[in-house]
Design a protein around this ligand. Sequence first.
Ligand code: PAF
Length: 283
Amino acid sequence: MSRPDVVDNVAALRARIQDWRRDGLRVAMVPTMGALHEGHLSLIRIAREKAQRSVVSIFVNPTQFAPSEDLDKYPRQLARDLDMLATVKADLAFTPTVGAMYPAGFATKISVGGPTAGLESDFRPTFFEGVATVVAKLFLQATPDYAVFGEKDYQQLCVVRQLCCDLDLPVGIIGAPTIRDAHGLAMSSRNAYLGEAELAVARQLNAILRKAAAAMSTGAPQDDATGEASRALIAAGFQKIDYVEARESLTLAPWRRDRAGRLLAAAWLGKTRLIDNVDVPTA
Ligand code: PAF
């Protein structure tokens, strides 16, 4: 198994993608911040099914971190990431520097409306601006036919769809199911921050959300079900709940019982903030 080729600048990325295009090959991209895990590998497998060539960006994007957040301690492990990419036969890794993505004088921000309202934005007000700006740059740099994003970051997936729709970016966005450990914990690079005891608590998040979603789909009022879920999370050992909230699954508008729903949550375990979401089945 050989590691993918690595390019660290836009000119080299474009040259490689032009070669592929000349040969009539389609390209699928998986944007990541590295610290790859099985969840990312599942996205790359989907990318490889969708197109003949795959490119994975590895870039810890500073503009989506608030000053109080974990930019400095976010895990960076490029050699290990490249070994993991070899196992799924990714074709190319794009590893730009911060200076290449945001040269001196960089002054543009993309602000998406619609699905950015509430949820993550209430707690990370500049997050989606950073995500939308870097994703738009990556798409314009790599010009992929498809890009794959995990449903684990459900609001982000909806925001990227809105971005492509509004700016006519010709990239087919594919949402991929969340990969979980045997206990239901969604794979996340930030799980690396959790100690043993915290891991045991974290593993209860998904079951608590599924119980609330099932109650809602069989008629429980949303506030009762989400209130009960918040209490259960605190009882399990989470210290602080940012939100437990149901939204319409396509638009992220407030949930209505007759529409397909998604129950989304963010909660703190010590210094680690975990997010997850589950389907709210229609009755
Ligand atoms: O989900 C992520 O890892 C990041 O938000 C993304 C989409 C790569 C943008 O930096």
